[in-house]
Design a protein around this ligand. Sequence first.
Ligand SMILES: Cc1cc2nc3c(=O)[nH]c(=O)nc-3n(C[C@H](O)[C@H](O)[C@H](O)COP(=O)(O)O)c2cc1C
Length: 183
Amino acid sequence: METPSIDIQNIRAKYNNAQDPYLLEEKLPTTDPFALFDIWFRDVASQSDLTFEEINAVSLSTVGKDLRPSSRMVLLKAYTPTGFSFFTNYTSRKGHQLEENPNAAMLFYWPKVNRQFLEDKKSELVEQAEREGHETISKPHSWGGFHLVPRYFEFWQGQSDRLHDRIVFERDTDIWLLKRLSP
Ligand SMILES: Cc1cc2nc3c(=O)[nH]c(=O)nc-3n(C[C@H](O)[C@H](O)[C@H](O)COP(=O)(O)O)c2cc1C
């Protein structure tokens, strides 16, 4: 393979942080991680041309019983105060892996706002109940929805000074514990 002409080591975009770095606890608009996700999603939507930017594209990681992780992009189709839904073929690799092991991780990256959002690999429950409601004529019978119920959220806000902001919400029975990881 030829040496790439692109100087990968020096690719470093400047983060010009137009947003308030409001992850600081005292500036957080809410302490409900679902509501905070909603605010972030609306923010990035308001700054995007949704006819060609798929801000709902999300990396989904799963691990089957062979313990080999795999990741791929899917399109988030809904989020509610309980979790995050996407659609797929239940007979696909991810479909089989989620059947064997309901734990999964979803990861969004929105470079436009220097933000990353992670719903970590602790999905409690994967429901197939939405299958009937969402089937369409053109989709095979095996096509349907998964609903991932998070136990862990991580919000990452890139800062122009590179002291990136990172906070975590972890569920403790029925309350969310907020923890700062950095700076
Ligand atoms: C931007 C983007 C969005 C995608 N959305 C979906 C989706 O919503 N559902 C889906 O099953 N596959 C989607 N795919 C295809 C998956 O990434 C993957 O190739 C396919 O589902 C097979 O994955 P698996 O073999 O790991 O199960 C998408 C791919 C891209 C690049």
